[in-house]
Design a protein around this ligand. Sequence first.
Ligand SMILES: [Zn+2]
Length: 168
Amino acid sequence: MENGLHIYIFKVLLIVYVLDTSAILSGKFFGSEIATSPKVLEEIKPKGHSWRLLEYTKSIGMKIISPAEEAVKKVIEMAEKTGDIVNLSDVDIDVIALAYSLKATLLTDDYSMQNVAEEMGIAYKSVVEEGIKKKLYWEFKCKSCGRKFKKALPQCPVCGGKIIRVSE
Ligand SMILES: [Zn+2]
């Protein structure tokens, strides 16, 4: 029904974290206000375990956004200055630039990416550090006889069965 009243809804794109490939493949939950660069998707082979993690991350709300060209230039400039440029791929540069564009926190374990982020005043967090907060405790179990062990073994010392990792 047309009543002449137009309501405009502005949806503000709030991105808290920008994820690099390792952050996506960690399978950890960082909330749903997350994004990555389209170049990251090209790094992940379709149909494998990594692909499923990517699909999962997209299903919980990850946006795929290209960084501003200006931001990419700034990242390259800074990486050349710090010397990190030799360790950074096009994908890495794009991811840093996206965090810069969106004023989001960068999630990466890559030291060079963190270093450039630091220089540019981009907040960053390590994926591994995140993991420590939600630390999982593992034990190891023989698939054949069911005996449990405190550490990973190549095979069961009792029956020679396969050892699998299970959470406590
Ligand atoms: Zn066994």
